[in-house]
Design a protein around this ligand. Structure first.
Ligand code: FES
Length: 284
């Protein structure tokens, strides 16, 4: 196994990190409690996670500053200083959105997330110190600190990529589901108790059925956020709340009412025929 994988495995299993991460996660959960705050930080208004998009600003600004430092002339010193400062300013909202996402992780992902955050904190401290030195005219020392900051940021970014692409944090957990195209019989209407989610299968895809009066709604049973079982969720005002992190989806179309989910839950068309419930992929 490559050294970097061994290091990441070690972070994933380092239970000592839980002593730091658990209290921080609790604070994040409390701070991000109100729906507008959680929706804003998660990126629900945007339709996908906000944090990865915001990271482009400090990363881009600091890399551009480094390019000017390496290739530029004394006349570009001011521009480089401005870029370093821009990156430091942009780090605040970036960290807040990441903190919110991280608070909905557990175990190995949460431990790696803590190390990711510490690496980024080191990068911000180094770049902030670099900015102050540059303001005092000590450009060369500022460049050295910026380069060290870039190193810390690169390590932290690697761990962020590991969380998303290897551990699946922040990805749509229904992305590879293929919904049935043809009307498919999934349950007997008589088996559906009113206002009680029930799990069924539409082809290879688990779906959750909810009967409300004469109507039946069907959504994918796998929560888009992290794969929670929506058939174990709770009904709230015509919506379904995920039992894992509290995302709320409208039964009528799967749209998100409350984060951390950022994209709609796949919904299905429903037809009732001869006492049976039939579903098929909703028209797009
Ligand atoms: S799995 Fe996280 S809200 Fe559903």
């Amino acid at each position: 196994m490559a050294l970097k994988q061994r290091i990441i495995r070690w972070f994933e299993g380092a239970e000592a990190l839980d002593r730091l991460s658990r209290p921080l996660a609790k604070v994040a959960a409390r701070a991000g409690g109100p729906t507008p705050v959680k929706n804003s930080l998660s990126g629900t208004w945007l339709g996908h996670p906000l944090h990865p998009m915001l990271t482009d600003v400090p990363i881009g600004a600091w890399i551009a500053a480094a390019a000017l430092d390496i290739a530029g002339s004394p006349s570009s010193d001011n521009a480089a200083k401005g870029l370093v400062g821009l990156g430091v300013l942009a780090a605040a909202p970036t960290a807040l959105s990441g903190w919110s996402d991280w608070s909905d992780t557990y175990g190995p992902e949460q431990r790696v997330g803590v190390v990711h955050a510490l690496g980024n904190l080191a990068a911000v401290v180094l770049q902030s110190a670099s900015y102050l030195l540059r303001r005092r005219g000590r450009h060369r020392q500022g460049i050295l600190l910026s380069m060290a900051g870039l190193g810390a940021m690169g390590g932290a970014a690697y761990l962020g990529g590991h969380l998303s692409f290897i551990r699946g944090v922040g990805v749509n957990h229904t992305a590879f589901e293929t919904m049935v195209e043809d009307w498919t019989d999934v349950a007997a209407l008589a088996d559906l108790a009113s206002d009680k989610p029930m799990r069924a299968s539409a082809g290879a895809v688990p779906v959750v059925l909810v009967r409300q009066g004469d109507e039946v709604h069907a959504l994918s049973a796998t929560c888009v956020h992290a794969g929670g079982p929506l058939d174990e969720g709770e009904l709230v005002d015509g919506c379904l709340r995920c039992p894992w992190h509290g995302s709320i989806f409208r039964l009528s179309d799967g749209s998100v009412v409350r984060a951390p989910a950022t994209t709609a839950q796949p919904s299905l068309q429903v037809r009732l025929e001869a006492g049976r419930v039939l579903v098929r992929r909703a028209a797009t």
